[in-house]
Design a protein around this ligand. Structure first.
Ligand SMILES: *[C@@H]1O[C@H](CO)[C@@H](O)[C@H](O)[C@H]1NC(C)=O
Ligand SMILES: *[C@@H]1O[C@H](CO)[C@@H](O)[C@H](O)[C@H]1NC(C)=O
Ligand SMILES: CC(=O)N[C@H]1CO[C@H](CO)[C@@H](O)[C@@H]1O
Ligand SMILES: CC(=O)N[C@H]1CO[C@H](CO)[C@@H](O)[C@@H]1O
Length: 464
């Protein structure tokens, strides 16, 4: 039995000093060719029928000015904290029409459980209603429900809320993924894929959302104030199936899912952490380790992905560069594989502006590759795990998705985790009515004047 060699094996193999570089290179090419042939075993196919992103009513639009006015009004922040948040907002890459929860906009603010639940209902049911109307799939055909959200926890769970509202059958398998960070949306896609491979003729409904009603941090610790500023309301519903209807071609075929996490390392585990500050106020701290562990995890993910998708020439270039770097006496730059020829569209989780800048640099992307993600951040803010769906919706609304296009969605978040999902478009997508961008897409891309970046991490304040 011939097993597919891992990159690690190849590297070990080529590191052997007894082999001449030339012989090793020849063997390597042979191994890569063989592994590519053996890799192409097909299992049950999974399709994305359609997806929708929730667009809040325009009454929930919140400009920076309004945001600052509200937080000033609630009287819980010191003048220094207010100034700090104002500075962050100016450089955040967020536009003037992102959405905040109703309860936040009301005077006085009232982030109670009832409001949190209401917010979740509005977003989730809004997206799912649209999706059912758009696809024409009946509730009885849905066999799997997966809901993911980061810090929001209610009993009964949000997936139970969906089962109850749509009166789904008793044999519906339902999961709620919580506390898994911004990459959870794509992890949910991976889970749905595995379930669909064992449960034949079924539809899976995936809902990615986040409640921010009680997400706000009301203390003066700078290391926790950042998330207040860029986090916004959003949610997406996605319908997957292994039984595409004959009459309606699904939008995408799922090609690969790759998930990596590095939570075994303490630095990784602690880099985004929810805890209480010295006054007992709950909030999320981002530590200075974030960028280092993020790069490490994303790299692991991309190497695995590269083995699956890159054409053989790129793989050979990558490995040759690796060998040269091992033998070279002077420092040689690592070869960044060219993913742009492999994918037509790259959509990254928006996080914040520093994250996008870092991703762009590491993958050697152009500003136009980043357009969907930057515009999503500008228009909708950091909507956590659903942001990659707003990005894809942007591409569709722009009419850029053509039949056969390959789309790469990549998300990362606390843990630290990184997930990639690869889709192939089954049809050319025309402009649709229920796309959150439809009625305003011609105004994009907006010119984001070169904003200077802000640091990601702030030392916890001690003087308050
Ligand atoms: C990343 O995840 C894949 C499976 O999805 C695994 O095979 C690979 O070893 C992981 N890479 C690292 C560096 O952990
Ligand atoms: C985006 O929002 C999520 C909410 O779960 C948060 O954990 C994450 O830190 C935010 N991203 C940035 C860059 O702050
Ligand atoms: C992040 C966060 O604070 N989420 C809140 C969402 O709402 C539930 C209850 O409604 C709270 O328990 C969570 O803390
Ligand atoms: C089916 C399932 O996994 N339900 C869980 C969802 O999450 C809540 C907590 O938020 C748990 O109490 C449920 O058991």
């Amino acid at each position: 039995m011939l097993t597919t060699p891992t990159l690690h094996d190849i590297v070990e193999f080529t590191n052997n000093p007894n082999l001449t570089s030339f012989a090793s290179l020849l063997c390597l090419i042979l191994i890569l060719l063989l592994s590519n042939i053996f890799k192409k075993n097909s299992s049950c196919k999974v399709f994305l029928v359609d997806f929708t992103c929730y667009k809040s009513p325009s009454t929930q639009i919140c400009s920076s000015e309004m945001f600052l006015d509200r937080i000033r009004h609630c009287g819980k922040f010191s003048e220094a904290s207010l100034e700090f948040m104002q500075a962050i907002l100016e450089k955040s890459g967020l536009g003037q029409s992102t959405y905040l929860p109703e309860s936040f906009l009301r005077k006085p603010m009232n982030p109670c459980l009832k409001n949190a639940r209401r917010e979740a209902e509005m977003v989730m049911f809004g997206a799912v209603d649209d999706l059912l109307a758009k696809t024409g799939v009946e509730c009885k055909d849905i066999g799997i429900v997966i809901v993911n959200y980061c810090v929001f926890n209610v009993v009964p769970s949000l997936s139970d809320m969906i089962v109850n509202r749509y009166k789904l059958g008793e044999d519906t398998v339902c999961y709620n993924l919580s506390g898994m960070g911004c990459s959870a949306g794509l992890i949910a896609i991976g889970l749905a894929k595995q379930l669909l491979q064992v449960r034949h003729k079924s539809h899976a409904l995936v809902v990615s959302t986040e409640n921010i009603t009680q997400h706000g941090y009301f203390g003066d610790d700078r290391s926790k104030l950042l998330t207040n500023c860029i986090f916004r309301v959003g949610g997406a519903a996605i319908l997957l199936t292994n039984r595409p209807s004959v009459s309606k071609v699904p939008k995408y075929q799922l090609i690969h899912t790759v998930h990596n996490h590095t939570a075994a390392s303490d630095r990784s585990y602690n880099c985004i952490f929810q805890d209480e500050d010295h006054q007992g106020q709950m909030g999320v701290t981002i530590t200075k380790d974030l960028m280092v562990v993020a790069c490490k995890t994303i790299e692991a993910n991309i190497i695995t992905l590269g083995r699956l998708v890159l054409p053989i020439q790129e793989q050979i270039l990558y490995v040759t560069n690796y060998i040269i770097r091992c033998f070279a006496l002077t420092k040689v730059d690592p070869y960044v594989p060219n993913f742009k020829n492999t994918f037509d569209h790259i959509i990254t989780h928006v996080g914040g502006k520093p994250v996008l800048d870092e991703v762009k640099r590491n993958l050697d992307l152009t500003e136009s590759d980043m357009e969907a993600s930057r515009m999503t951040l500008y228009r909708f803010g950091n909507t956590s795990s659903s942001s990659v769906w707003y990005g894809l919706a942007y591409m569709e609304a722009k009419g850029r998705i053509k039949r056969g296009d390959r789309v790469w969605q990549i998300a990362f978040g606390s843990g630290f985790k990184c997930s990639s999902v690869i889709w192939r478009a089954m049809k050319t997508v025309d402009r649709e009515k229920n796309n959150p961008w439809s009625d305003e897409v011609d105004e994009f891309p907006v010119d984001l004047e070169i904003l200077e970046s802000f640091p990601y991490h702030f030392e916890a304040s001690k003087n308050v």
